[in-house]
Write a protein that binds this ligand. Sequence first.
Ligand code: SAH
Ligand code: SF4
Length: 365
Amino acid sequence: MNPTPVNLLDFDVDGLAAWFAAQGEKPFRARQVMRWLHREGCTDFSRMTDVAKSLRARLAEQACVRPPAPISDRVSADGTRKWLLDVGAGNAVETVFIPEATRGTLCVSSQAGCALDCAFCSTGKQGFNRNLSAAEIIGQLWLANRLLGGAADGERVVSNVVMMGMGEPLTNLDNVIRALRLMLDDHAYGLSRRRVTVSTSGIVPAMDRLREECPVALAVSLHAPNDGLRDRLVPINAKYPLAQLLAACRRYLDRAPRDFVTFEYVMLDGVNDHDGHARELITIAAEVPCKFNLIPFNPFPGSPFRRSPAARIRHFAGLLAEAGIVATTRKTRGDDVDAACGQLAGRVQDRSRRIIRMAEMERKS
Ligand code: SAH
Ligand code: SF4
């Protein structure tokens, strides 16, 4: 019986070269095969015409190219496109493509669910299911390029990647780093480090590892300007409080491809949007070169928070701007397909939970 085929999407170039070497193949073949897999989107080994016939035959026997399977594909009125992907055992994750005039950004998930339970996040409220494999992470970019219609002639539609989908990328760092290396590799996607952003709620030791092993652009989910409030909103703050987080941001910047960190700040009505909070943020900005991205809260069923009114968000951004801090307000996109930040997979998960509960009730009756 054939052993389970190896999914080639799980390898970065070095990993594939090592796997080839272990089979007695020339490691340089890895680069050739990578180009077929990632640049051409080829899944049929017999089409890899510049690869030796014997290697093609071996790959057909021992390997496969398996991205996660799409369950649904929805396009919002504003052009945002959202795929729900099956990652097995009743778990689904989401990938969102946001087209803009000068770039196409893909928002990629790193975990099914998330263990960190931030108070305002629907993914966090689902709890943690599991880490995605490197193949499931890079598979989102692989699929998006195919489904968006690019890649046939090596053209790429996705110009930027943000690891801002479901999950905390820095608690799945080995797989995330493998996927990031593929995003950056010229034999795969060839994206520049500045166009690949990892967003974290602040896992300090993992920020240091990312800095050493694969420094890409960094976004940090700040959401509160002091430990008291941040402990409530982003519970991981109890483990890595603000002073440690800001020190890690400064260390990261020595290696980062950009000379600032982006602080994400979800605007919660009456919770973290007072003038005093803006003043505290100005003190933080004096310690870490940064830009702010204000995210209007995206509500979800059962959440106790409300979005700050638009005038309050404008006023808050104005206070930061007066202090010379660049603060942009994120446009909410894809609302009509539940593709906005923090809403990902919430409803699907609720639905699948309901289906499981109903099945259990039927079994018992
Ligand atoms: N786990 C990572 C990345 C995924 S979340 C992190 O927390 O940074 C991407 C961004 O969306 C984070 O800044 C997150 O705090 C924010 N977010 C989560 N829920 C949200 C909601 N309901 N409304 C607006 N932004 C939200
Ligand atoms: Fe996890 Fe990020 Fe959501 Fe917090 S905001 S629960 S870290 S996905």
